[in-house]
Design a protein around this ligand. Structure first.
Ligand SMILES: Nc1ncnc2c1ncn2[C@@H]1O[C@H](COP(=O)(O)OP(=O)(O)O)[C@@H](O)[C@H]1O
Ligand SMILES: [Mg+2]
Length: 331
């Protein structure tokens, strides 16, 4: 087996009850997922499926009162058991996070430069002048002209696209081995989305970084990752090489996701998935997708299928071997 950078094994996350004596809500049921050094893995699913919560668990940033069980190994070290200096060191140097909305994660009252270097200076990795120097070099790498002027500016003076480049630079500055990118282009104008995505992909490739790329957009994930994990209601229903999952989806949910997206090349109307997406805590004993699946039987409604190897990947469906792969997209 190749050594993993990140290895999530049977992760389960329960949130604290909303009211006293209320019930704990499970938001991640049973997630196993790994990222090898230099590998890009896409975590794809509809809103509410538990993608961000998975990333938060890896960063040790779950909401107060949440309980995570299972294992999260980073280079064989148990993240869920890290505390104090070890956890701080892991967050400062091992893994960096890029969020959806840069403005929600930036202090509007401080200059871009102050914000950019504060993490690496606080962790003791670099002194301030050296950190600013390195940040300006990285800003040039991601296509920001005149970085010296930019670092003296305030966030409101930068466009959303420029600010997200600043966030990419902040993530790269401590030379991490793993990037968690949570919908990094979703909040941007469509016109700048592809620029920012191209820059992020290029930096990841050049530095051979591992990446967990979180998105609701299957086309985007298929274009920029090596393997894809498709998540529904806190469960990974399909996992495999990105090109294979995209070309021949085997889980009915993956097939439905692909069929429901508007195609830029077709005039046909997308087929929407019947029913509404559910959260993990609303799923009963059976398959999480049973209520919306056209192939579901009694077995699906009563027994949760484990992921099983099919073709080049794994599929959590009782009928994985019998169902023909759906018509996907060949790239
Ligand atoms: N801070 C929070 N407190 C309580 N529930 C939350 C919180 N954040 C997310 N949730 C719930 O957890 C589930 C998973 O959410 P999330 O991981 O954010 O989904 P995704 O990123 O796939 O859209 C959803 O049911 C959501 O409502
Ligand atoms: Mg999210």
């Amino acid at each position: 087996m190749k050594p993993q950078l990140l290895d999530i094994r049977r992760l389960r996350v329960e949130l604290a009850p909303r009211e006293r004596r209320g019930e704990r809500r499970t938001v991640i049921h049973d997630v196993s997922l790994s990222v090898a050094p230099g590998e890009s893995v896409g975590l794809v699913g509809e809103s509410g499926s538990g993608k961000s919560m998975t990333a938060k668990a890896v960063m040790g940033l779950l909401p107060r009162g949440a309980v995570a069980t299972g294992e999260i190994l980073y280079r064989n070290r148990a993240v869920l058991e890290m505390k104090g200096a070890e956890l701080a060191g892991f967050r400062a140097r091992g893994v960096s996070m890029i969020y959806q909305d840069p403005r929600a994660h930036i202090n509007p009252l401080r200059t871009v430069g102050d914000f950019l270097v504060e993490g690496v200076v606080a962790s003791g990795a670099m002194r301030r002048p050296e950190a600013l120097e390195a940040a300006c070099a990285l800003l040039r790498d991601v296509g920001v002209t005149d970085p010296r002027r930019r670092v003296a500016q305030y966030p409101h003076q930068l466009s959303g696209g420029l600010l997200q480049r600043v966030m990419i630079v902040m993530a790269l500055l401590p030379s991490p081995e793993l990037i968690l990118a949570d919908e990094p282009t979703t909040a941007l104008d469509v016109t700048v989305q592809s620029d920012v995505m191209a820059i992020l992909s290029e930096q990841i490739r050049e530095r051979s970084l591992g990446m967990l790329f979180i998105t609701h957009d299957l086309d985007l994930a298929a274009a920029v990752t090596d393997s894809l994990a498709v998540m529904y209601a806190g469960v990974i229903v399909e996992h495999g090489p990105a090109a294979d999952v995209y070309a021949a989806p085997r889980h009915p949910y993956t097939a439905a996701l692909l069929a429901s997206r508007p195609s830029p090349t077709s005039v046909e109307r997308p087929v929407s998935i019947p029913g509404r997406p559910i959260s993990a805590f609303e799923a009963g004993e059976g398959c999480v997708f049973a209520a919306r699946c056209s192939h579901a039987t009694g077995l699906c409604r009563t027994e949760r299928p484990d992921p099983r190897p099919v073709a080049t990947g794994t599929v959590a469906c009782h009928y994985a071997e019998e169902l023909e792969p759906a018509e996907g997209v060949r790239s």
